[in-house]
Design a binder for this molecule. Structure first.
Ligand code: ZN
Length: 291
């Protein structure tokens, strides 16, 4: 599932492709739970408009248009936002891939999972939003219209500080891992980077938040900022469906300390990484380095 780094990398690469180019038309798929605004209304509203800015709020993208309406986009579990110039075999479903010759497998044409196709007046590369499982979302927000999804988000995880985390968690019995996943406490962290940050901070994911020391809160906040910044630098984590909008894979998956490494040796001490379930999410940690 795309977390803050993957959404930020997507934003940085897709922004120059999406912004400042008048839209000729936006082709939409059939009505489904992907569309919070009905697809036909979306198509009418976007025709002829120009997107001026693309911002990130937590794991959401917000495209501001020339008429001050905004488009809220969420990648969900399997959402991919990319250029028609992108080439990657992972842009095709396994069944579609199997029918093609190896040299044709990287070409992409919009398929039934492509819910939004942005085509531009200038005739240059189109932008596609594809989402196989449709947990992604798109909603048109009117001028000054607010969305409850954005209203309830805490401060952005890229700039989180120890004091903010401590204030949110100091009196709570909830495991520290669950606190980091709470988007109302800090926005943008999901399972991968919560595990990675707790590994850097040497705190076990199951530790009740109220047992975290003042020094550790500072360490956890610094680790969250560090791991997110490093992942953005490497292009994000391409673990399941995520790929960069230019079709390339991210690089952070090769640097993982604990996430998805159950049974493998800790890179610091050699102890085997263990896994437990916290708040229904799988959590990996080193039993020796993390206390
Ligand atoms: Zn270790």
């Amino acid at each position: 599932m795309p977390e803050l780094p993957e959404v930020e990398v997507t934003r940085r690469i897709i922004e120059p492709l999406l912004c400042g180019r008048p839209l000729r038309e936006v082709v939409v798929s059939k009505p489904s739970y992907f569309f919070l605004t009905p697809p036909a209304a979306l198509r009418r509203a976007l025709k002829g408009r120009t997107i001026e800015r693309l911002e990130r709020v937590g794991k959401y993208l917000l495209a501001a248009m020339d008429n001050h309406q905004r488009l809220l986009l969420h990648l969900g579990m399997t959402g991919q936002l990319f250029s028609s110039n992108a080439h990657s075999p992972r842009l095709l479903s396994a069944t579609a891939r199997a029918t093609l010759a190896p040299e044709a497998q990287s070409a992409f044409a919009p398929d039934l999972h492509t819910h939004l196709c942005f085509h531009f007046v200038d005739g240059g590369p189109s932008v596609f939003f594809r989402d196989v499982r449709k947990f992604g979302k798109v909603r048109l927000l009117g001028v000054n219209e607010k969305d409850p999804r954005l209203e309830k988000l805490g401060p952005d995880a890229l700039s989180i500080d120890g004091q903010t985390l401590r204030q949110a968690g100091a009196k709570r019995k909830t495991p520290i891992k669950a606190l980091l996943l709470d988007q109302g406490v800090l926005a943008g962290v999901g399972n991968i980077y919560a595990d990675e940050a707790l590994s850097i901070a040497r705190v076990r994911p199951a530790r009740p938040a109220q047992k975290v020391t003042r020094t550790e809160w500072e360490g956890i906040a610094a680790a969250v900022r560090q791991v997110l910044a490093r992942s953005i630098e490497t292009g994000g984590s391409s673990i399941s469906d995520y790929l960069r909008p230019d079709g390339k894979d991210g690089g952070y998956q090769d640097e993982r300390r604990v996430y998805g490494r159950e049974g493998e040796p800790c890179k610091a001490c050699g102890a085997l990484i263990e896994r437990m379930v916290i708040a229904t999410r799988s959590s990996c940690y080193c039993p020796r380095c993390q206390r």
